[in-house]
Design a protein around this ligand. Structure first.
Ligand SMILES: [Zn+2]
Length: 115
């Protein structure tokens, strides 16, 4: 990886981390709102709460992936699959700069989850 490529990836990751921070702050604000009003409003607030919590969890998971990608970039292990230790592949990293698994390992895990 050239220094230029590394800088570009670092910028992408930092921009993503910033986005996620803002999004998580916004979602947490939503969670602190107490549901009130009539029954239908209350039901919707409860339903929204579930999806908000899911979004917070997803955001936090992504945040930790972005953080490990930045750490890997520092230590020079960026772009290696955390599972099989093979290079992840430029195409995948360009689409998902915070990817920690190669396509094969990723789909293996997803198959496992589905089974
Ligand atoms: Zn792999």
């Amino acid at each position: 990886m050239t220094k230029r490529q590394k800088q570009r990836i670092e910028q992408q990751l930092q921009a993503k981390a910033l986005d996620l921070q803002e999004e998580l702050a916004r979602l947490r604000d939503k969670l602190t709102l107490e549901p009130g009003g009539d029954s239908a409003d209350y039901q919707r607030a409860v339903a929204d709460r579930g999806s908000t919590i899911l979004a917070v969890n997803r955001g936090m998971e992504l945040m930790s992936r972005v953080a490990s990608a930045l750490a890997a970039l520092e230590s020079g292990s960026y772009g290696m699959c955390a599972q099989c230790e093979e290079p992840i592949g430029e195409k995948r990293l360009r689409a998902v700069p915070w990817a920690t698994l190669c396509v094969q390992c990723r789909s293996k895990i997803e198959d496992g989850r589905a089974a």
